[in-house]
Design a binder for this molecule. Structure first.
Ligand code: UD1
Ligand code: MG
Length: 451
């Protein structure tokens, strides 16, 4: 059955106390809304509709960066979850299939749980909602099930004392035939304690029409919604715990797991070693057998087999390390290809560059890639030797098996096999240092006496 995913992301999230809309706060390096979209991808949606409202102009690019095919619909006034879902009706006009509704601020719903909801639909329930046994039901909607029949959901604000005692709570997600869902929503009013159009009212409305409803349950941890910074911090901790366990499970060595921070999409191969205090930003792949040494920071990069990074290295977007490449301490690499077995071992900046196989980049070498207006490329051939503290003024090319002398400022092509010396020649004056010391000593003594 074709499925459409509807993601609710219009709320402001007042309790975050932030200029940033709640769904854009990052968890594992990517916005909360991306987590919701990713869990929804379990049903391989044919269409994804994201309802944006508060600061929609910021939400839109974040959504499209993750899924360029997503449709964004604006809910100009946030009149409730039911009203929010109904905003998707236009975008899904004529869509023949199911709709699954997820909340943009609920990042942990597992793909398995969403698949279970889809299955309950195939098994014959007209409306499927996600529930959980709440340790502290608090503000959650209560699911009223009587004689095995799922009758309705009552929001905490509207509930009677008996209803408040119910511990089966609404996790918020819905699966139903899209056309049926919109039809039901059109019949719902806002005569309730919040004056909002409640998505949850579709259960009672559906029952009135003779439709069946059922509850799929999941662990409370999955439905954890983010409303405050404290909840966001707890969610991050939970996310990191899971990613660490997953890495260990996949055969990655983590010497001090609690000090390693992963992003949403970090991929690390078997037998890779990650030393303590390493941070992975988004979009990093580390292949089998690579070593990331302590205190390194990586984002948007790829580290091949048997490469070694750090300690204290920084790999920025576009850094690509081929097999056996080495990037050592206090080295920053950005948008640069370090080919097989090449080494950049100490205190360098390599940006917008290609370093040929087996080349050695001496300590303190800098690719001077920026002229204040534009970025320029540095090309270094294979088996080259770049002397320590070489400034490579881009655009510039150094050939295969070429050499630069230590301390050179290279701004012209160095052909294959050539040595380029670009520094002042040394002058040595015998005895001059001693004379200078005497002179300075005398000057200081004279000054101290006068004072
Ligand atoms: C909702 C449920 C409640 C459930 C709880 C689970 C309703 C009426 N209540 O309550 O039963 O236990 O989630 O967390 O559905 N949103 C919009 N537009 C709006 C209103 C909300 O896009 O007009 C979005 C929010 O950005 C958020 C999601 O919908 O991502 C949920 O809204 P929220 O206000 O948090 O609902 P709850 O009060 O938590
Ligand atoms: Mg909520």
């Amino acid at each position: 059955m074709a499925t459409a995913l509807i993601v609710l992301a219009a709320g402001q999230g007042t309790r975050m106390n932030s200029d940033l809309p709640k769904v854009l706060h990052p968890l594992g390096g990517v916005p909360l809304v991306v987590h919701a979209m990713a869990s929804g991808s379990a049903v391989s949606p044919e269409k994804t509709v994201v309802i944006a409202g508060h600061k929609a102009e910021l939400v839109e690019p974040a959504v499209l960066a993750y899924d360029p095919d997503a449709t964004i619909v604006r809910q100009t006034e946030q009149l409730g979850t039911g009203h929010a879902v109904l905003q998707a009706a236009g975008a899904l006009d004529g869509f023949d299939g199911d709709a699954i509704v997820v909340f943009g601020d609920t990042p942990f719903v597992s793909p398995e749980t969403i698949a279970k909801m889809a299955k309950a639909r195939t098994d014959g329930s007209d409306i499927v909602m996600l529930g959980f046994q709440a340790a502290d039901p608090g503000r959650y909607g209560r699911m009223v099930v009587r004689d095995g029949q799922f009758e309705r959901i009552v929001e905490a604000k509207d509930a009677s004392p008996e209803e408040l005692a119910i511990t089966l709570c609404n996790g918020g997600l819905v699966a139903a035939d899209a056309a049926t869902l919109f039809d039901l929503l059109k019949t719902i009013g806002n005569d309730n304690a919040s004056g909002e159009y409640y998505l949850t009212d579709i259960i009672a409305a559906g029952r009135d029409r003779g439709l069946s409803a059922s509850v799929v349950t999941c662990d409370e941890a999955e439905t954890l919604g983010i409303n405050t910074r404290a909840e966001l911090a707890r969610a991050e901790a939970l996310f990191q715990t899971r990613k660490r366990a997953e890495a260990l499970e996949n055969g990655v060595t983590l010497i001090a797991p609690d000090t390693v921070f992963f992003a949403f999409d970090t991929v690390i191969g078997r037998d890779a070693v990650i030393e303590p205090n390493v941070v992975f930003g988004p979009d990093v792949t580390v292949e089998s057998g690579a070593t990331i040494r302590a205190f390194s920071h990586l984002e948007g990069c790829h580290v091949s087999r048997d490469a070694i990074v750090g300690p204290y290295a920084r790999l920025r977007p576009g850094a690509e390390l081929a097999e056996g490449a080495k990037v050592g301490n206090f080295v920053e690499v950005k948008n640069a290809m370090i080919h097989e077995g090449a080494k950049v071992n100490h205190l360098s900046y390599i940006g917008d560059a290609s370093i040929g196989a087996r080349s050695n980049i001496g300590a303190g070498t800098i690719t001077c890639n920026y002229d204040g207006f534009m970025k320029h490329h540095t090309e270094i051939g294979e088996g080259a030797f770049i002397g320590s503290n070489t400034m490579l003024v881009a655009p510039v090319t150094v050939g295969n098996e070429a050499m630069t002398a230590t301390g050179s400022v290279i701004n012209k092509t160095v052909p294959d096999g050539a040595l380029a010396l670009a520094r002042a020649r040394q002058e040595t004056k015998p005895g001059m240092a001693r004379k200078l010391f005497e002179k300075l000593k005398a000057a200081k003594a004279k000054r101290d006496k006068g004072a």
